[in-house]
Design a binder for this molecule. Sequence first.
Ligand code: FRU
Length: 465
Amino acid sequence: YEFDEPHRPQYHFSPPEQWMNDPNGMVYLDGEYHLFYQHYPDSNVWGPMHWGHAISTDMIHWEHLPIALYPDSLGYIFSGSAVIDHGNTSGLGTNGIDPMIAIYTYHHQEDPQSQGIAFSNDKGRSWTKYDKNPVLKSPGIPDFRDPKVSWYEDADGNGKWIMTLAVKDRISFYSSPNLIDWKHESDFQPDWAAYGGVWECPDLFTLKTTGGEEKWVLLVSINPGGPNGGSATQYFIGDFDGGQFSAEGEKVKWIDYGTDNYAGVTWSNIPENDGRRLFLGWMSNWQYANIVPTTEWRSAMTLPRSLELISIADEDYLASRPVAEISNLLSQNATSNENPILLENPLAEIKLKASDAGNKSIVLSNKEGESLLISMDMEQLKIDRSKAGKVDFSEVFSAIQHAPLEGLKVEEVTLYLDRSSIEIFINDGEMVMTTIFFPSSSFNSVEHTGFVQKAEIAYFQSIWK
Ligand code: FRU
């Protein structure tokens, strides 16, 4: 593979060829970050799902490995998670090894979805499906999927596995001593949440507030019904007691307001001395994922991000920030006083500081005169990609995207520009928008108003070279 085809991202993960959607089975083991993903190796559109596989030592440079899981008589292999079974609770480890266990959904044309498991005793290189799959059958609801499993310990040190599962329009929690026998604990379905579509790809984890208090965070992807149409990920902050999750407040919150960050979840088994909650999303939207103008491969992942709780006007929010490891790829920061800024290389990190509280705009453009417009007033941030290149493959692709800025004082805007995507971080991740586009040639000019003249620019090397 060239990894240099038109629009191919140069510092974001994409599959070697053909179709990709959700990130799956993200787990860290012995210096390696594993990334599995929804994959159809025979076509560039969605079809019978497999788990593709790649590994990285820094979440930035990726080595593609053979497909880990193939569909079988129980169905396609839909999304799910992976854990390291410390203490071999499943008994599936051999020779004293704590196995890596994948917990995924079986999707069968005729039956409701069910959960299966597979194990690896060689650090994810080879996989065996459990011979008594499925381990969890649906009580009858067809949408019963995307298990995210984690280890839960109560104050007395008693532990069990918790499965967080998306069940149509709610989250169901199951528990297990061994990853094989599962017991229903509770359902979460607050009446004020976003229900514009089916609930998918949940995640459950703890984070500390700025005041040092531990809180539980529940991510729930939803499709359609996102703030800018189609797919998006809402989140809840609250408490989990080992059986039941309860949310604080009644405000719908989104992890990313752009159109193109979906089905994101976090890595499991990150060492305690690292302590970060590391996230990756699929950089597309079911509204047009199957028809975006790429041929050899389809879709990429977002930059890996670290999730943190922040407080704005006494309310907790989830902030996302690109992981520090991206500096492995970045040149030294240079400052630029020109406006427009001519980029030496279209793979860039661009930091702009607000000059005052007034309206702001950033226009990215190329030599063909195509442009992406980002604008901000006191109330909202808008992205207009209607003139950013190819748009006529989809009726909705040209729609203006909006994100609320009330309560936020925009001080700094950081842009991560790749050949066919931009990730916009306001004030160190207080608000994020991710969006994709397909220009005739990469954007190489940045014109800004409402920011100080001096911009900070750093360039990315390609991860494929
Ligand atoms: C989310 C999703 C999941 C499902 C998978 C199928 O994008 O619809 O709910 O497991 O994709 O590929």
